[in-house]
Each structure stands twice: as C-alpha cells, then as structure tokens.
Design a binder for this molecule. Structure first.
Ligand code: PBG
Ligand code: ZN
Length: 332
C-alpha cells in the first residue's frame, strides 16, 4: 500500500461540538426537541354497528371500529398518555350532498357521545369534510364537475355543529373550501357552541400521500382529482396566505398537511403566527415507513421517531399520526 501523505491541516481550537455528544447523558441533556405522548393525536376511523373491527389493509395496524370498540381504543390510548383523537366517519350510505356527515346518529356523533361520557383525558377532534359521505367522493357538493364552494359551506357548518353537540372539543375542517373556518365559527357560535375550538387544515396540499386513507375511508374521487380545491404543493407563499386567512376567520390552531413535505411551511409559520401549530403525518407517510420496515430496509422505530421529531423541530406543537400509540409506548 502506498504511504499516505502527511498533510498539514488545522486542528480545531475552541469549538468541538462532539464534547456534548460523548455520552447518552450529555446527549440527553442538550436535546432540543423532546417528543411527548401528550402532543400526539391518533386518527380513528368509525363505522356504525357494534363489535365491528375491520382491519384496513392499506394502513398497517389501523382498523375501522364501531363506536363501542372505539371507546375501548380510546381508553387504551388515554392510558398511554396520548393527547387526543381525530375521528373520521364512514357512513352506511352515501349521497351526492354527503348528508350523512351531519347525521346525529352517524358513526362520529355516536362515538363522540360514548367517549365523552367516559370522561377520558383526551382532546376529542372531529374531522369535518364531506368526502367520506358523498357518493362521488369529492369534499363538497358538485355543480357539474366542479365543487361548489359556497353551497358546501353551510353543509360543513351543519356537520361541525352535530359533532360539537355530540361532545367534540375541536372541529377540524379539511375540505379546503374558501371561508370554511368562518362558516364553522359562525355556525358553532349561532348554535351555542362558542366554546368549541377550530383546528384548521389551513395548508393542505393536493398530495399523492393520501392514497391509503382514501382506501380506508372509501373516499377516492369517482372522477377527476382534488386539485381544484386542495393546494399546489409547489406553493409556499400561498400556504402562508391560507394560514393567514384561517387565522383571520377565527382558527384556534393551524394545521399543515402532509407532515414531512411541509417542514419549511411549519418553520415559516412558527415565525409568523403565535397560534398553536399542528402537522398531520398522513397515511402515505405511514405507508412508506411500514413498507420499507417490512422489507427490513429501514428500522421502523428509528424512522418513526426521527420523522415525528423533525416535524416537531420544524415548529409543530401537535402531531397527528397513525403511529401515536407506538410512539407513546416508545417514549414512555
Ligand atoms: C378528508 C381528509 C383526507 C385526509 C384527511 N382528511 C383525505 C383527502 O383529502 O383526500 C388525508 C389523511 C391521510 O392521508 O392520512 N378531506
Ligand atoms: Zn374531504
């Protein structure tokens, strides 16, 4: 072997960041971002009936649950210290107007009443959208082939009021209709629910990463796509403008979605807004981790905690994740 040249290179003087990486104890002492189970929100998919558990193939570890089993799951998650639940409903029947979204006896209000009655230390959040309830799978009512923004708003407000009545602490409008936060705020206030908070899906991109969710909720659009209402993922300034508008309309929490593709938006929003920020680690993000882990190509726990920590480091106070239960167990 050829002898290495002896190069003269400068040695570091005062600055040696490795000093604080030397032991687990020093590393832990200087950790800047600490995840806690309390900041995690677990999504749950609710169906009608009793004792129903339908495993969702596209979402490893998740099942559609009837309200009674959702209550059992809520108890487990509360015991693990998870902060809250985000409920999605899958109705028995869908129609063009998505009327089942506001059905007081639908899966979400029924589950909310049961979980609320149990008095668990969980924040109950109801997703507010029509796509799980419309026969065509779009997030609002149609005028020809486009979603009619203004005719959709009162339907979203109706649904939010039904969830607030059933015990939701927070309504989370996800339809990406203009004015949806204002519509919910006014509907809730008019019906005596001024105490129900709004977590706005403020910057929600038209993303390829929602595929597994749509399979879970049976909400894949029957035609076209959602680009006419969800945001172009190429646009950062527009995302901040969406957040600005939602804050002005009365949002209590601003959410971005997906998580790992929105880190810059979180960082910019953290500088600009004093409202709590949330991020949704969506179904496709879970799918990427699970599929790679299953093949042994990445370490599941490592990838899960690294992505969740990055989302928090970027600025999210709250993280919605299908990994909430696993993460809570790892962090305990
Ligand atoms: C409904 C809704 C969707 C998600 C959250 N709320 C689906 C969509 O917009 O198509 C996606 C969540 C996920 O992928 O985990 N509007
Ligand atoms: Zn929708």
């Amino acid at each position: 072997m050829r002898e290495l040249t002896r190069l003269e290179v400068p040695t570091p003087t005062a600055e040696r960041p490795r000093r604080l990486r030397a032991t687990p104890a020093t590393r832990s002492l200087v950790k800047e971002t600490r995840l806690t189970p309390r900041q995690l929100i677990a999504p749950l998919f609710i169906v009608n009936g009793r004792d129903v558990r339908q495993p969702i193939e596209s979402l490893t570890g998740q099942s559609r649950l009837s309200p009674d089993l959702a209550l059992d799951r809520a108890r487990e998650l509360a015991a693990m210290g998870v902060g809250g639940l985000l409920l999605f409903g899958i109705p028995d029947a869908k129609d063009a107007e998505g009327r089942a979204a506001a059905d007081r006896d639908g899966p979400v209000p029924t589950a909310l009443r049961r979980i609320k009655d149990a008095g668990l230390p969980l924040v109950l959040i109801a997703d507010v959208c029509l796509c799980e309830y419309t026969s065509h799978g779009h997030c609002g009512v149609l005028d020809g082939e486009t979603v009619d923004n203004d005719r959709t708003l009162p339907l979203l407000a109706e649904a939010a009021v039904a969830y607030a009545e059933a015990g939701a602490d927070i309504a989370a409008p996800s339809a990406m209709m203009d004015g949806q936060v204002g519509a919910l705020r006014s509907g809730l206030d008019q019906s005596g629910h001024s105490g129900t908070a709004i977590m706005a899906y403020a910057s929600k991109a038209a993303s390829a990463l929602y595929g597994p969710f749509r399979e879970a909720a049976g909400s894949t659009p029957g035609f076209g796509d959602r680009k006419g209402y969800q945001m172009d993922y190429a646009n950062g300034r527009e995302a901040l403008r969406e957040m600005e508008l939602d804050a002005a309309e009365g949002a209590d929490i601003l959410m971005v979605k997906p998580g790992i593709t929105s880190l810059d938006l979180l960082a910019r929003a953290r500088q600009r807004f004093d409202l709590p920020l949330a991020a949704y680690q969506v179904s496709g993000e879970l799918a990427m981790i699970e599929a790679a882990a299953q093949r042994g190509w990445i370490d599941r726990k490592g990838a899960a905690l690294e992505t969740l920590t990055a989302i928090a480091r970027a600025g999210a106070d709250i993280v919605i994740t299908y990994l909430a239960a696993d993460a809570a167990a790892w962090l305990a």
